[in-house]
Design a protein around this ligand. Structure first.
Ligand code: ADP
Length: 365
């Protein structure tokens, strides 16, 4: 019986190797795990090369030498159990080369034996790193699209309802007082601005998730660009700008405005109406500095590591029901990084927050 089994193993082996010359093939004896098995008895050249071993390095070793800290060992156990039960089983695993680098493999295994006695395990596999990466990227993209649609539906509704509602009211009510009229117009402007901001951020996030963010480099006056942003918030009292009359820079004008806009709208959102907010621009020899300081609710220390993450919202925002998407700082950080700059934050709970952005005045190659 054993001879018959050995014949069939040889037969299967040579056929397998012929068929799958570029695939990985290894054999292991059926020594049970409690005795340290299975032990590798054969491995083909493509597999040795892919994993960085010679045959003498692997013979008599347990295939667990191919797994490492990030391998899903439950999936490996599942595969082994299935093989031990004479099933043809397959699975995808993160494997480790001899030098510790990782790559994805798919293995299909089967036990060969006779009269219910397992003799040899045969496993055939291949490198699926590219396939795996593509699948992960597709899944992330699909998730991102779902998140975005959910957010669009949620975050557009509020401002649109306000804009439509106030516009209708202004049309219907003929004898509005001047200050009522002004308040309604301000609300319409504010909500329209919020939608425009949201659209700009959404576009930036979409670019970041897909083909990457490209920066336009053009010479412009940052002081003037900043004043333009502040004008949009003229209705909010307590905002002070300290800036040189001019601050020439070569960067992406619209995106730096987006940075200031996001920092300023956060400063307003996370502080009480009318409390002082300082926007400061400074020109260094090689860099421009944009700082936004508020006297608001502050960021709890435990939220600090998360604030630049996509969609991350702090406990300070959630517990107070302050609306937002968690996009703003993610976008700010990405734009600053793409300019070769950096961002710093200082904050104390119930005292306030200061964000400081440093941007090179000429683009780094
Ligand atoms: P959003 O404001 O939409 O929640 P952001 O990405 O702009 O998203 O900010 C992430 C989180 O950082 C916020 O949820 C909030 O917890 C915190 N945060 C940002 N700016 C401030 C600020 N000026 N004061 C207090 N907390 C802030």
């Amino acid at each position: 019986m054993i001879a018959a089994a050995a014949d069939s193993i040889e037969h299967v082996l040579s056929r397998a190797i012929d068929e799958v010359a570029t695939h990985f093939v290894f054999l292991a004896d059926a020594t049970p795990p409690e005795l340290g098995g299975p032990y590798i008895t054969y491995m083909n050249r493509p597999m040795l090369d892919a994993f960085g071993y010679e045959l003498r390095d692997v013979l008599g070793k347990n295939p667990s030498m191919f797994w490492g800290p990030q391998t899903d060992m439950d999936a490996v156990r599942q595969l082994r159990n299935d093989i031990a039960r004479y099933r043809t089983a397959s699975g995808e695993f993160l494997a480790y080369r001899r030098d510790g680098t990782e790559f994805w493999v798919r293995f299909q295994g089967k036990v060969l034996g006779a009269a219910g006695r397992p003799e040899t395990w045969i496993a055939i596999g291949r490198d699926i790193t590219n396939e795996h990466r593509q699948r992960v990227e597709n899944a992330q993209l699909a998730q991102f699209k779902n998140d975005l649609i959910a957010m669009l539906a949620h975050d557009f509704r509020g401002p649109l309802t306000a804009i439509a509602g106030f516009a209708e009211l202004m049309e219907e009510v003929a004898d509005l007082e001047a200050d009522e009229r002004r308040d309604m117009l301000r609300t319409i402007q504010r909500e329209a601005k919020r939608l425009a901001n949201f659209a700009a951020d959404t576009l930036t996030v979409a670019r970041l998730e897909t083909d990457g963010l490209t920066m336009v480099n053009e010479p412009f006056d940052l002081a003037e660009a900043a004043r333009e942003v502040l004008d949009l918030y003229a209705a909010r009292e307590g905002i002070a700008l300290e800036s040189p009359a001019q601050l020439p820079i070569c960067a992406d004008r619209a995106r730096l405005q987006q940075v200031l806009d996001n920092l300023l709208s956060n400063a307003i959102k996370y502080s009480t109406a009318g409390s002082p907010i300082e926007v400061t621009l400074r020109a260094g020899e090689h860099e421009a500095v944009i700082a936004v300081r508020d006297n608001g609710i502050g960021i709890p220390p435990e939220d600090m590591p998360l604030i630049y993450e996509r969609y991350a919202r702090g406990a300070n925002a959630r517990s107070r029901g302050i609306s937002g998407t968690g996009f703003g700082l993610y976008v700010v950080e990405a734009i600053v990084r793409h300019h070769g700059g950096r961002i710093e934050v200082e904050s104390a709970v119930n005292q306030g927050t200061a964000f400081t952005v440093h941007i090179p005045r000429t683009p780094r190659s």
